[in-house]
Design a protein around this ligand. Structure first.
Ligand code: G1P
Length: 356
């Protein structure tokens, strides 16, 4: 079976980070989101993976993932030239997929237990499509499914309904046979101007094809917004085991589970797990954690960072307490000793800075 991973798009809700990085390449627990996807596909025995990219991120993906050899998989890049919706993105993979059933994975989704079991169950079933579902409190920002009385078939799908017909949200992992391509040809753009994959699947249902549900085990996260990124980071860090690969400097207090990479320097600081610290980081007179990921070569001086993601090479000096934050690569954040008469900024487009 092949997989098609959808990574096109602008990532508008994660600007300004997505001006310089595709959202799928933002690190969670110090590893780009997309790596988790590739690993779960390989674990499910899928090694042929088509990554659908838009022209703005194509090069970045190619340099981050290459041909997939590092994961023991074979990646091909499929271009979606215009953002015309998920169903359109899937149709870009038509030639790549050929005649066989295939899996579609929305590259910004994370599943605790991966896709191994859903793939096995679909392969043994007679279904033309299988969707993964999970019950959520408020399904209005997702595709929503209604099941038959036996609960073994999906009979209705609606995209982001105001009045959801159930609390079963559609997770971004779909299993299809090639009939989905014909269904995509028959749909027209939705109210938001996109070819919706839910509409194409509804078309399959209307034509009498069997579309089955699989209820998800474990957690699932769609990381489209900053708060989702931070929550996914938290969930991943929950599963972390203590590994300390650098000698700790003087007066370092460690509580809970921490993962510390090589060549890290920490002195006079408190680490409260779960947290992860990448290679070459330097931490002086600071407090880190819980639920915090400091990437490679981050520098922290006289600061406190909690429930945050700090990306490669960022420097934070004398800032006091930082909470619930996403800090991009190479950012320099510091505070002057006395309150300034005026602030001086160099801030990228669409940054969000709150001064109190
Ligand atoms: C897409 C799908 C939606 C699904 C969601 C899962 O929405 O259209 O049906 O529930 O992914 O992440 P999007 O996140 O593109 O708005």
């Amino acid at each position: 079976m092949k997989a098609v991973v959808l990574c096109a798009g602008e990532g508008t809700r994660l600007r300004p980070l997505t001006y310089t990085s595709a959202k799928h390449l933002i690190p969670l627990a110090n590893k780009p989101v997309i790596y988790y996807t590739l690993e779960s596909l390989r674990e499910a025995g899928i090694v042929d993976i088509g990554v659908v990219v838009s022209p703005n991120v194509e090069e970045e993906f190619q340099s981050a993932l290459g041909d997939g050899r590092a994961w023991g998989i074979k990646i091909e890049y499929l271009l979606q030239r215009q953002p015309k919706g998920l169903a359109h993105a899937v149709s870009c993979a038509r030639d790549y997929v050929g005649q066989e059933p295939f899996l579609v994975y929305l590259g910004d989704n994370l599943l605790q237990y991966g896709v191994k079991e859903p793939v096995q169950r679909f392969s043994q079933s007679q279904a033309q499509a299988t969707l993964l579902l999970t019950e959520v409190e408020d399904p209005r920002s997702f595709g929503v499914a209604r099941l038959n009385a036996q609960g073994n078939e999906i009979i209705e799908l609606v995209e982001k309904p105001q009045r959801p017909p159930s609390r079963l949200a559609i997770i971004g992992v779909y299993l299809f046979d090639r009939r989905i391509f014909e269904a995509i040809e028959q749909i027209s753009p939705s109210g938001r101007g996109e070819l919706e994959i839910t509409d194409a699947i509804q078309r399959l249902i209307d034509q009498g094809h069997r579309v089955t549900p699989q209820l998800l085990q474990g957690w699932w996260k769609d990381v489209g917004r900053p708060e989702d990124m931070l929550d996914a980071n938290r969930l991943l860090l929950e599963g972390l085991q203590t590994v300390i690969r650098s000698p700790l400097g003087p007066e370092v207090i460690v509580k809970g589970r921490v993962e510390i990479a090589e060549e890290v320097l920490i002195e006079r600081s408190e680490l409260r797990g779960p947290l992860i610290i990448g290679r070459g980081a330097q931490i002086h007179d600071s407090f880190v954690g819980p639920f915090t990921a400091l990437a490679e070569n981050v520098r922290l001086d006289k600061s406190e960072v909690e429930y945050s993601i700090v990306m490669e090479g960022a420097q934070i000096e004398q800032v006091g307490r930082i909470d619930h934050s996403l800090i991009g690569r190479g950012v320099h954040l510091w505070r002057r000793r006395r309150p300034p008469d005026a602030y001086n900024f160099v801030i990228g487009d669409k940054s969000q800075v709150r001064l109190i």
